[in-house]
Design a protein around this ligand. Sequence first.
Ligand code: AMP
Length: 537
Amino acid sequence: MTPSFFTDYPLKPEILRAIDEIGYVNPTPIQQKTIPHILENDRDVVGLAQTGTGKTAAFSLPILHKTDPNLFKVQALILCPTRELCLQITGDIEKYTKYLSGVSCVAIYGGASINNQIKLLKRNPQIIIGTPGRTLDLIKRKQLKLSELRFLVLDEADEMLSMGFQDDLNEILETSPEEKQTLLFSATFPGAIAGISKKYLNDPIQISVVKKNESTAQVSHSYYMVHERDRYAALKRVIDLNPHMYAIIFCRTRQETRDIATKLEQDGYNSDTLHGDLTQDARDRVTDRFRNKQFKLLIATDVAARGLDVKDLTHVINYNLPDETEVYVHRSGRTGRAGKLGESICIINGKESYKIKQIEKLTGKTLEHKAVPTVSDIFQKQLFVYLNKVEEAVCDEQLDEFLPAIISKLSWMTKEDLIKKFMAVEFHRFTNYYKNAQDINVHSKESTRKSKEPAKSDQGIQYVKFVINAGASQKVSPEFLIRFLNKELKKQRFKIGKIDVQKNRTFFDVDDQIAPYIEQVFDEVSIGGHDVKAQRI
Ligand code: AMP
């Protein structure tokens, strides 16, 4: 029988006491599958699980139980993609070890003083939580010794690869002792993860908790369909319809985050961006200010927002949908936490409705097609919120002394005029912006939800999207890809659509006639010594 209480697990009483104090009572599905396995078995694990499923406790609790408090050597190494996640995991482990005397952990990550981290390592912690680059650096400097390593965790492995840590990971995996249990967690399972698993894990058991309806149970999903040129206008209307919005607006590129921030600033909104071009200090400042609600609209790329744990987001907005459908689950799982309701909103153009279908298939949820708010909807909402604010306002006595003068100055106006004028001042920004606003919904037939996957382009060609695990770092360019496909597909005629070369992967569209051959074409292909696989998405 699956234990439904933590107290059913044979964990050390000190650990049970700590988690009881934190308030965990029932293990989450990933914990139910992982904790007993690690406690009883040393077979490697591949876990398909997202952030928010409780996977940190799933691997840390049994590892802590098995950590020898009398052996002052590194016994567990937890690798993760970002400093934020590193600190989050460290914070969690510190809580779990509150009563476990003799067991300590240290976080090592780039962008911070290596000397301080070396000092902390000299205190002989048993658990290390690190980002791959800094971890490898400390191994090479012989400051981090793994001779007694018993557990190696790869957390958010897909993200570590997409951030370009593949070589660092390989080196760490190769230098660590053979006799250890490796636990790999990933939200998605691209070819490169399968490659790592095959090469470095020993007959792993598979644990999966990507259950339909599960991670997004508290989240309602909807989308707005507009012309590409109206994407920002739609975003603005959605923001205006939700005056209390506390949201992350997800973009696909750094440039896009900057463009939207500029536009929002021009339109009088307080927002900020989080993307990979920022220094670590700048990122920390932005996330702290966002957490403290000094601004309530964070415009971010997926990678930069990883590890950012903000509890009460009201909305997640997909300004552009991600290339990988699974990433949508990640994004939307950031709202609707801790029993609160959240909304995940997508803004799409007429050609992207097939992506909505893909998301529905993956999540088992229906995404409601909503009409973009009208100006009247927005005004009604804003006025209502404002009037409530007026009714609830606490009047400051300091202003009382000015009241007679104010009343005398405005005495010539009727009550109605007065209200109108106050409204005009308060809503000037809105009335001005929406003066000539029109309906921006896309109504045309070809772009209703009936459109079939794959989407038809303007020329009537049906394109299918693929991704390969090689990009600019492996010297892939659009020309290279076209030449390669021409060569491999011999004399077959085919059309290639959009090509998007990223750092370590490349997305491209090909016509559906040739699509069945693409994965085969990339079978056993090596680019710059790198095994390349193509995956249909
Ligand atoms: P994670 O997926 O590890 O980032 O965990 C997501 C959140 O769930 C964190 O805030 C954890 O503290 C919390 N959490 C993890 N396990 C449990 C549990 N069994 N019961 C309640 N909350 C949990």
